[in-house]
Design a protein around this ligand. Structure first.
Ligand code: AHG
Ligand code: MN
Ligand code: MN
Length: 319
């Protein structure tokens, strides 16, 4: 029985034991994510000292400056996920193409991940994170990465904030684990997270206001007139984590400059949408549920509106 303080490994094993046909593969897969993110957390905590701040002097497929910590986090995840032998393929925000680990031929899963989310906040000591999304191998090729979000077998994130928290779901609710650095273990701190039906916070980059669709402007103006609180950290993991715990709306909409918005479907919108829905909230592109979108490419962008079901319902009336 899950209780506060239970360690992540025991929690994952107890979840596995509930499935007679479980092979233990997902347990090993999640454990590889856990190990890599613990090491990333240690490096994030001393970034200012470990010479991992600043730019790596290259631009990624997104056309964005790669930070040293992006690169280090990506390498750590590639190494540990490959070593686990559980993944047929890996797709990363930092890699143009998917990679297929040598010892992954029998791997039952593919994983897409954002090794370090919120890169613009690295050098100013503001919360950043790692996001991951796991699907089953179906056809044994790149198509396996392009499955709808509703078919995820697991999704989660690690937020490197005032504490390091791992939040994940395998489709039976959402649970949060806080890293106890003194023992190097993630311990259950937020069992069965449920997002409030309505929240009094909206989270969006208002710097893009002039480029938004007029209906979205009207919705945001209505929230302001109501005195709704505005909170925007600029790291999706941190903004979504706050939305999951406190409720409200997080949005990264399309605008006149970015017709599909900024956030990537495979390793930002889809895993976060899965978690929010598992916690009782809603996640939409403004046109359709995020989890129903059939991906066409690894780095495809989608508009994102997610959060409390009551708030998203009201937003959709405006859109
Ligand atoms: P990443 O650092 O992985 O590229 O992601 C950054 C994303 C996301 O974390 C955040 O919600 C968004 O960029 C913020 O974008 P703006 O700075 O344009 O608001
Ligand atoms: Mn990101
Ligand atoms: Mn990133």
């Amino acid at each position: 029985m899950a209780h506060i303080g239970m360690d992540l490994n025991r929690f994952i094993l107890e979840e596995e034991r509930r499935f007679a046909r479980a092979t233990g593969s997902l347990t090993l897969a999640l454990t590889a994510v856990e190990t890599a993110t613990k090491i990333i957390s240690a490096n994030v905590r001393m970034a200012g000292l470990a010479n991992v701040l600043g730019k790596a002097g290259k631009v990624n497929v997104q056309g964005e400056e790669v930070q040293k910590l992006d690169e280090m986090s990506n390498s750590l995840l590639i190494q540990h996920l490959s070593d686990s032998g559980q993944f047929y393929g890996l797709a990363s925000e930092e890699l143009d193409e998917a990679v297929f680990p040598e010892n992954g031929a029998e791997g039952r899963y593919v994983i897409s991940f954002d090794p370090l989310d919120g890169s613009s906040n690295i050098d100013v000591n503001v919360n950043i994170g790692t996001i991951f999304s796991i699907h089953k191998v179906v056809s044994g090729n790149e198509e396996d990465f392009l499955q709808e979000g509703s078919l995820q077998v697991a999704a989660g994130y690690v937020v490197y904030g005032s504490s390091t928290m791992l939040v994940y779901s395998t489709g039976r609710g959402v649970n949060g684990f806080t890293l106890d650095p003194s023992v190097g273990m993630f311990l259950l701190s937020h069992p069965n997270i449920r997002i409030p039906e309505k929240g009094g916070i909206y989270s969006i980059n208002e710097g893009n206001y002039t480029m938004w669709d007029s209906r979205l402007k009207k919705y945001i103006d209505t929230l302001k007139a109501r005195g709704t609180k505005a909170r925007y950290i600029g790291s999706m993991v941190a903004d979504v984590h706050r939305t999951l715990i406190k409720g409200g709306v997080f949005a990264y909409p399309a605008d006149s400059k970015n017709k599909s918005g900024k956030l990537r479907l495979l390793y930002e919108a889809s895993p976060m949408g899965f978690l929010i829905e598992q916690a009782g909230g809603r996640a939409t592109t403004g046109v359709e549920d995020i989890l129903k979108v059939k991906p066409k490419s690894l780095h495809q962008r989608v508009p994102v509106f997610l959060g409390s079901s009551g708030d998203i319902g009201e937003l959709l009336e405006f859109l």
